[in-house]
Design a protein around this ligand. Structure first.
Ligand SMILES: Nc1nc2c(c(=O)[nH]1)N[C@H]1C(S)=C(S)[C@@H](COP(=O)(O)OP(=O)(O)OC[C@H]3O[C@@H](n4cnc5c(=O)[nH]c(N)nc54)[C@H](O)[C@@H]3O)O[C@H]1N2
Ligand SMILES: Nc1nc2c(c(=O)[nH]1)N[C@H]1C(S)=C(S)[C@@H](COP(=O)(O)OP(=O)(O)OC[C@H]3O[C@@H](n4cnc5c(=O)[nH]c(N)nc54)[C@H](O)[C@@H]3O)O[C@H]1N2
Ligand code: SF4
Ligand SMILES: [Mo]
Length: 891
């Protein structure tokens, strides 16, 4: 059979890896597959485990396939009429600001461009905000304050070329895995390169760290304030650069000297040892080639912008910017958060890296768009937007490609806001998400592999995502839906695009319009791009000026910035701690973040059974000392309470977090578990400048949930009732797998009756009980097929369910031996793998332990014996932990 191979871009993280997508001739006979694109400069052929599992996520039975209004399927025509009529009505009665878009760093630049154009140019509201507010907003403001523009100076090569890499609030080993692998490789080539990780937790990223500063939550700015004054003391300032290319140095230095006068006070403020801080300071002194690489541990903070500027100050002071192997590098999370910034997809931006505050910018954009109703001032930022919704000020919201019921802080408030809103429109690929559940109108969207357009990765590189598979059902492109509404609102001529190529060239033309080097974002080279050229576009880093098709590798090489006087600006910084710190009533600080194999709210990665094996359930990481005090054992259920809400998570007892801190992943939603949405617990505290929420620091109380039994249910069909204290749906290859917690005292009869088995006559219950161990094992077997199996234990024994799940496969007929084995829990001849460490080859912890006991003494020998770690490499940091040698950090 023949197949077509097309190049596209991974839809997950901001590394923006190139993907070769193989489409079989006949989709009914074969399925598409993916591999890394050798030619793509982000990944040179590699993909991490999420990227390499993309093909598994393509077949989903939960796609949204038709437009719906108030729960009824309707035609697109009718849905779009409903939406435009309501927008028209509220704007007429209450003004343009009664409408808002809430978008996402996961739509394509072309989708984003038309949404922004419609709202800001034609409806007259700047209420266009996005989930990037929860992600990149502080980094944007930090850059703008320093450079006069939202410009990421660096590129990925700089990470490989530097002598000192300071990774702040980033767990790149799990969140930007291919970039991390590039760093690992570079460090192998140049062992003198130093890596410092600044993170309150010990993460997989610390695996390559020469030094880990386990700082007090939120205290980052002090570290960089200290490095600034230390640079002056040690006389390593770049005085020429400061004099010729910057303003405000003295004020920033004075402030640093006042805030962090010495090693002792800084170490105390940040909760690190003086020795460790001094080591960092020495390395900083010596390494001219330094990159500071920062992510959500910096951004998601009530002082996120100041943290960014504290970092940038240090780079400006030492001239470590605009040169190979140097720079303050904010790494973006989402595949197209950068593209969103480029079109102006934030409420305080205008378009093409212009904002309302820039003199003349608003008129310029109006002229270019021929816009009848140009917005004149900033719109509402995400948290304010949802508050305005609750107050009844915003009456229609169009949510596109984001799941705010899970990702915005204080989900109870988000629910109230959406309930109050008169019309909630949700565009999504999935039918059932926590947010689609709140919608009045649902628009079915095409997803990755179906939609066409461009994305920009973290190093300003624009790549094509290509529409390669047919749209399922009635799903349509997001840009198309926006344009249909725009046309009905009377803006036919401005929104009559035939395809994405036309939108892209208009966006390119706007970027160059009356620019002449004034603005950083200029892709004027593409103003007149033909459809064919667009279809064949190869990855390129902006700016791509007219006559310079090769793009731009690195910014600020000439020391000229985008402020009016072309000088960068130092910002005096006063380090502060998070707004909410632990108190006797709320004794723990909850930190939140990501796990290796899941993406955000699991709407895509949750479809790939293999990706759920690494971490199958939501958890809260707690230090052993705290766990002992609270009577919490590993894997038992913990109730987390904050002033805003509650969550139920399984305990993971670990020294990776410090006493007094807890960490929980953000991925599990109400679709997957009954009470695992951690944003329930997070206050709506934001950075005053960027509006970015302090999602990484919440006050909580922890308590053990007592008098419960732990168990699993595997079933051939989804369970109708999930009446458990806790349940978590674990996607599996066959059937439905739930991890559950019951109250003690459940007996066989009550469990049996809780499963609504329709045909109680034809089938039979097998049962095994052991009152001593409080074990109950039940299975309902009908016509030699397994319908449901239930295992109950007093302790949270984890049972490897792979074998049991395999008995739910359609073609399996149970043998007598199988029936026995189902009651025993595992068949005698099947190895229990333990939890999966290597997702690519599905190698589990117990297999690895066995190989180590059998003499495997390095990650390489493990790879040679079991293959683990030999494909994408995402599990290498974890594999190292199985090798008994103690790797001392040279702190
Ligand atoms: N596997 C996976 N990868 C992803 C994603 C995903 O969902 N799954 N999402 C993508 C997106 S959108 C984003 S934004 C990125 C996020 O990428 P990262 O920012 O790397 O990921 P997080 O886990 O959110 O947070 C990073 C670290 O910040 C630390 N931290 C918390 N508070 C502080 C603090 O006060 N100071 C410091 N220095 N550190 C602190 C946490 O302990 C955590 O280890 O990941 C992207 N990549
Ligand atoms: N406590 C806490 N909260 C956080 C964070 C944290 O670290 N801690 N991190 C924050 C960050 S950095 C981020 S980026 C957010 C992420 O949070 P969200 O943006 O809410 O999460 P996603 O699951 O990515 O939501 C994307 C939705 O869009 C749908 N979708 C995918 N592709 C398309 C498309 O092409 N078109 C349309 N219309 N729909 C599509 C998906 O099915 C899914 O429902 O969470 C934020 N919230
Ligand atoms: S690192 Fe992984 S998730 Fe990120 S773009 Fe590359 S393959 Fe996709
Ligand atoms: Mo993000």
């Amino acid at each position: 059979m023949t197949a077509t191979i097309a190049k596209t871009t991974c839809p997950y993280c901001g590394v923006g890896c190139g993907v070769n997508f193989t489409i079989p001739d006949s989709l009914t006979e074969s399925v598409p597959s993916v591999s890394g694109d050798l030619d793509h400069p982000a990944n040179f052929g590699r993909l991490c485990v999420k990227g390499s599992s993309l093909a598994q996520t393509l077949k989903s039975d939960d796609r949204l396939l038709a437009p719906m209004v108030n729960g009824e399927i309707v035609s697109w025509e009718s849905a779009v009429d409903t939406v435009s009529a309501k927008i028209e009505q509220v704007i007429k009665e209450h003004g343009p600001d009664s409408f808002a878009f809430y978008l996402s760093g996961q739509i394509l630049t072309e989708d984003y461009y038309v949404a922004n154009k419609l709202a800001k140019g034609f409806l007259g509201t700047a209420n266009v905000d996005t989930n990037s507010r929860l992600c990149m907003a502080s980094a944007v403001v930090g850059y703008k304050r320093a450079f006069g523009s939202d410009t990421v100076p660096c590129n990925y090569e700089d990470l490989e070329l530097c002598d000192l890499l300071i990774m702040v609030g980033s767990n790149a080993a799990w969140t930007h895995p291919i970039l991390y692998q590039r760093i690992v490789e570079a460090k192998k080539q140049r062992p003198n390169m130093k890596v410092v990780v600044i993170d309150p937790r010990e993460t997989a990223t610390c695996d390559i760290a020469d030094l880990h500063l386990s700082i007090k939550l939120g205290s980052d700015a002090a570290i960089f304030s200290f490095l600034l004054q230390h640079s002056a003391q040690m006389d390593i300032l770049d005085n020429d650069f400061i004099a010729q290319h910057t303003n405000g140095f003295n004020d920033a230095l004075m402030q640093a000297m006042e805030s962090t006068p010495n090693l002792v006070s800084t170490a105390k403020f940040s909760g690190v040892s003086e020795q460790a801080l001094m080591t960092l300071a020495h390395w900083w002194e010596k390494a001219e080639r330094t990159v500071t690489f920062y992510s959500q541990g910096v951004n998601q903070s009530s002082s996120g912008v100041d943290k960014c500027n504290a970092i940038i100050n240090c780079h400006l002071a030492t001239g470590r910017i605009g040169k190979e192997g140097t720079g303050p590098f904010s790494i973006t999370g989402q595949p197209n958060a950068m593209g969103g910034r480029e079109v102006g997809g934030l409420a305080n931006q205008l378009a093409a890296h212009m904002d309302f505050a820039t003199p003349g910018a608003q008129k310029l954009v109006q002229r270019f768009w021929q816009a009848p109703n140009m917005a004149t001032e900033n719109g509402l930022k995400a948290v304010d937007l949802f508050q305005a919704m609750e107050e009844g000020k915003v009456k229609v919201v169009w949510i596109m490609s984001t799941n705010p019921m899970v990702s915005l802080p204080d989900t109870a408030q988000v629910r109230r806001a959406l309930e109050k809103c008169e019309l909630v429109i949700v565009s999504d690929c999935k039918a059932n998400t926590d947010t689609t559940a709140m919608a009045d109108v649902l628009f079915p969207a095409t997803g990755w592999s179906e939609k066409d357009g461009t994305v920009t990765n973290s190093e300003r590189r624009i790549s094509r995502q290509r529409g390669l598979l047919p749209a399922p059902g009635e799903a349509k492109h997001d840009w198309w839906a926006i344009c249909e509404v725009a046309k009905r609102l009377g803006f036919q001529s401005a929104f009559s695009y035939h395809n994405v190529h036309e939108i892209f060239s208009e966006h390119a033309a706007l970027s160059a319009f009356e620019n002449n080097g004034k603005r950083d974002f200029d892709i004027g080279h593409f103003c007149k791009i033909t459809k064919e050229e667009y279809d064949n576009l190869t990855p390129v880093q902006w700016p791509v000026l007219k006559g310079r098709p090769e793009g731009t590798k690195r910014m600020f090489e000439d020391g000229r910035f985008f402020t009016p006087d072309k000088r960068a600006k130092f910002v005096p910084i006063v380090p502060v701690l998070p707004v909410h710190v632990a108190t006797p009533e709320w004794p723990f600080t909850l930190n939140t973040g990501r796990v290796r194999d899941q993406w955000h709210t699991m709407t895509r990665t949750g479809d790939a059974a293999s990706l759920t094996k690494h971490t199958d359930q939501p958890y809260v990481e707690i230090h052993p000392k705290d766990a002992r005090q609270l009577g919490i054992e590993d894997k038992t259920l913990v109730r987390l309470t904050s002033p805003y809400g509650e969550a139920l998570l399984k305990a993971k007892i670990s020294r990776a977090v410090s006493p007094g801190n807890a960490f929980a992943p953000i991925h599990w939603t109400q679709q997957f578990s009954n009470a695992a949405v951690v944003s329930n617990l997070i206050p709506q505290i934001v950075d005053p400048l960027s509006g970015q929420p302090e999602s990484k620091h919440a006050q909580v109380k922890l308590e053990a949930v007592k008098n419960v039994s732990y168990g699993v249910v595997v079933s051939a069909t989804p369970l109708d009732t999930l009446d458990f204290i806790y349940w978590c749906y674990v996607p599996s290859e066959h059937g439905y797998h739930y991890e559950v917690v019951w109250s003690v005292g459940e007996n066989v009869a009550s469990i049996q009756s809780s499963f609504k088995i329709s045909d109680q006559v034809a089938g039979e219950w097998l049962e095994y009980t052991n009152p001593k161990t409080q074990q109950i094992r039940l299975a309902y077997i009908n016509n030699q097929k397994l319908s449901v199996a239930v295992y109950l234990h007093a302790k949270p024994d984890s049972i490897s369910c792979d074998w049991l799940e395999s008995k739910l496969a359609k073609n399996v007929v149970l043998s007598e031996l199988d029936r026995m084995a189902i009651l025993v829990g595992t068949p005698a001849n099947v190895e229990d793998k333990g939890s999966i460490v290597c997702s690519c080859f599905q190698i589990g912890s117990k297999q690895i332990e066995k190989a180590v006991a059998g003499g495997a003494c390095s990650v390489e020998t493990l790879g040679a014996t079991l293959k683990c770690g030999t494909n994408c490499g995402s599990c290498l940091p974890e594999l190292k932990h199985f090798i008994p040698t103690i790797i001392e950090l040279s702190a």
